[in-house]
Design a binder for this molecule. Sequence first.
Ligand code: 5GP
Length: 137
Amino acid sequence: MAYDDQNIFARIIRGELPAIKVYEDDQVLAFMDIMPQAEGHTLVIPKTPAVTLLDLPAEAAAYSIQIVQKIAKAIEKALNAEGIVLMQLSGAAAGQTVPHVHFHLIPSSVHQLGRHAAEIGDQEKIKAIAERIRAAL
Ligand code: 5GP
């Protein structure tokens, strides 16, 4: 699938749409999911234009996973998370809804997931959680 540079996450990377950010460097951005499946649901996205993990150059994938681990540690510390689900959907057939590769970090249990991209969360509450995660980085 060709990369659409007007997808929501490409626009967030360019600063054209807002996001509640927890981490950013020149290669990766981490921000809160707008429809969280649990408190602290965070997305980590490489800035490299790629639709799925399969399209992402190996170097960008390797660096992204380092940042995924860094953010997961901050979520664990900030929210006293006992478990964190790392989810990555590649392809619409897998349930991917935004065509820019991303990693979900969801402080929850796999047994409690299932409400994927279902309901807009309380953005003020999400901002407060993001502040705690940022402070734990
Ligand atoms: P996917 O289905 O592609 O694996 O996950 C896309 C995720 O992006 C979903 O969890 C959904 O809630 C989230 N999402 C969709 N649109 C936006 C948005 O505009 N801002 C943010 N922060 N998250 C979004």
